[in-house]
Design a binder for this molecule. Sequence first.
Ligand code: NOJ
Ligand code: NOJ
Length: 614
Amino acid sequence: MRFLSTLPLLLGAAFALPSPENIQERATGSLASWLSSENTVALQGVLNNIGASGSKASGASSGVVIASPSKSDPNYFYTWTRDSALTFKALVDQFIAGNTSLEPLIQQYISAQANLQTVNNPSGGLCSGGLAEPKFEVNLTPFTGAWGRPQRDGPALRATAMIAYARYLIANGNTTSVNNIIWPIVQNDLSYVTQYWNQTGFDLWEEINSSSFFTTAVQYRSLVEGSNLATQLGKSCPNCVSQAPLVLCFLQSYWTGSYALSNTGGGRSGKDANSILTSIHMFDPAASCDSTTFQPCSDKALANHKVVTDSFRSIYNVNKGIAQGSGVAVGRYPEDSYYNGNPWYLNTFAAAEQLYDAVYQWKKIGSITITSTSLPFFKDVYSSAAVGTYSSSTAAFTSIVNSVSTYADSYMSIAQKYTPSNGALAEQYNRADGTPLSAVDLTWSYAAFLTAYNARANVQPASWGASSAKLPNSCSSGSATGPCAAATNTNWANPGSPSTPTSTGGSCATPTAIAVTFNEQKTTAYGENIYIVGSIPALGSWNADKAVALSAGHYTNSNNVWYVTINFATGTSFNYKYIKKAQDGSVTWESDPNRSYTVNGNCAGTATQNDSWR
Ligand code: NOJ
Ligand code: NOJ
């Protein structure tokens, strides 16, 4: 049915009528045939960008997703937690839909994340905020340059990706792998979310430090499915249960009356594809058109779709002359100036995907309800739309479903029009003429194509439990600190036994304790001594009287170093500082912030931390 409206074009092509549309159709082929060839290109495009064997990811560790092979202008040869999680969520869904060859890669991703969680980085350590570090080097070492950090959507999205695979494993009788490998990683991410959801951070575009609609939404989702997973495993996540309703309550506060404000700060209109992405990543095929969880077919999400996509109609030359109700090129937000502000493939696909999802939901529910909130959206695609409910037996229902399907396809056609013939998807395409721009072969562009393609084909992801959403009577802020420990088991072949820590590459029995040597550079005068004090009992629980003394045994004129070696249980995380005690007993503390450390497992059983007084 949705192809009816393209029929005249196809006929035109057959008779070679000399109109511009015909030329376009003949040049690129029909949408359906492009979609099916692009589907192959997109999957390969994703796989090329995943280490260790991806053809464009040379140097990336196993299971590590590079954002793009581009190493300059811009340099995207890093692994972002967000891009990786969204990519693997798409791959898990492809795997569940039948592409069984993807399973080893999914397991490699999960193992890599177990390791990555323990990497101390500028946002912190495993249990001190480090999970929201936005990006790492592709060999899983920290990226230490300046960046918009923290980005608090990462842990939530990663939990969601891993839970999707966990659900599959449980349904297929492999609960052991979920209990022993996946749950410990997921639990750390959930604890991150329950502790920090109410704090500001950088948005998904890495520019504004405030609260962000997408971030809050995906945090809510992770807590719901995290809690459900815990229950399935006979465990619990009490903090998920206590915080989720508060997060959901907060999510409602972004609504402006006509669209979702994407960021609470930044001084922009807040019209942003952030919110369209929110609708597709909150989509639950088992849910109704509920606006509290911003379901794609909800009145708020549809009203928002119109406001956000309309914001790009007049500003991009490539959108000139395109009528309301027909798809346009979609960017991040109208005020964008990155590469002069252009449409992005992934946002154009997302605009289509939301509409495919909505059509699925209406058909499943058996009716479409138009409210005064969503009326402007419907008027664009069905001019006689009026507030009310149209059951699936009415002609109006059929007309609306058909025209929204056609409308969705028209966004895909825009992307098609500006995709080169080899199918390569960069990050952006030029607002003036549609030429591809910025990072080449952006993994997320390919992943966004795959999810839109499946939405169009009615290949649905699993339900995540959106229907259970229940708003509390009143909103409040909140935070709950939960369990946090290094996940050390990545032994998929034998999930019952912890495996070799991945960081060393060698083969050994996991040491239960690691001897960590702390070297602290500090020039001291005779009679002064250096101590280490920290958040755990072994380091005096921040009590200077119980601090552990360092030795001056390695101190020389040219190397003013104090040291001490302390044994810790593998996986321990703590904060610490060095202090100086003078002969009279007076104590000088290092300046803030506290340092943090996580005791990662390794074959050697030893580790060294080099610091200098601050
Ligand atoms: C790099 C970020 O990845 C991008 O999102 C941002 O727009 C630019 N920096 C400019 O801040
Ligand atoms: C810039 C985008 O704004 C951000 O969302 C993305 O994570 C990075 N590029 C990497 O693709």
